[in-house]
Write a protein that binds this ligand. Sequence first.
Ligand code: NI
Length: 400
Amino acid sequence: MDLSAKNGQWESDLIRQFEWFHSHPELSYAEKETTAKIRALLTKANIELMPYPLDTGLVAVIRGTKPGGDRRTAALRCDIDALAIQEETHLPYASKNPGVMHACGHDFHITAGIGAAILLQNQRADFGGTVKVIFQPGEEESHGARKIIDAHVMCDVDRIWGFHADPSQEAGVIAVGEGYVTAAVDHFIIRLHGVGCHGAHPDEGKDPIPAAAAIIQGLQTIVSRNINAFHPALLSVTRVQAGAAWNVISPDALLEGTVRTMEPKDRLLYETRVREIADKTAAAYGVSAQTEWIPGPPATHNDGRMAALCETIAKKTRQKTAPQAPSMGGDDFSYYEDPAAVGKEIPGCYFKIGTGVGPQIHHPAFCVDERAIRPAAEYLANLLLADMGSIGLVPAPLSR
Ligand code: NI
């Protein structure tokens, strides 16, 4: 048998699947064709699918058959949705859906997840527990993980793995570290109400615009005056809106923005201080403020033991490793580790896989180096096998 030909076929199958997912991007909760394609590929590989109540996404279940092995369940999260971005890569397999693009590499996540599921299915005799591969909808919308948790997918899960494409690393580099790696994402809206009047007679009204300006300045002192200087945290005011005419003082103003923190205590402190600064500054300017606080996913915290395993397997499979740069961006992966969401403590690890150095995620020219795909599928399978107590690695060439 020509072993290299078999390996080459496996790799070209994965690349063909990746290109299909890339050219058929779908927005959060509209991932219908994506879901149908994943289902078809998993079904063809005789992989069990969990009963699942949501319209999009699905969960593959691979049950190890090794007698007396570890009986626990590990999950691997792969998000599947795309972004409302007009693609500018000029790739031959560019998006066929105008204004929608896989600009966050979730097409890579899907393909690597399917590849890993097939490899694990073939290696069932080598482990005892169960692996769930979660193809999660709606990550970009920040609440897809909550829907998966509410669908009782996590009831029997003991630990959760996640990964993300990383365009700051060469293809195949595994970047991992322990501790906080993504931030908690909170959203605030401050509505100021004053009294409108003629632009020439501000003394007859209550102008909310100077109050808004003072609040913006005040909010930036939270990080420098209230937060421990060793804790990563930030606040960005991203929208300021007031007025409709050059000679009229607006009765209302609106400020909107985001707060990013790693430590849960800082998250609570920020909410308290944003409300205080908005209320008291507004009062000082004779206007009123209403603050709406919209919490998003918490920070992602990598378990030390899992992060160490991640690195060990990368070295064992001769993949380059790099320290994982923590990000003030968020990922709803953190809900899977959040006892408030899941109802129990689940250790997790969320690492990066290099997809070739190029434009960053969410950029219209972002693209994945296809040489990253097959190694990623094999690495994920090896990581899960090791986590399930198997001492072997996925054999090469790969039997399919
Ligand atoms: Ni993403």
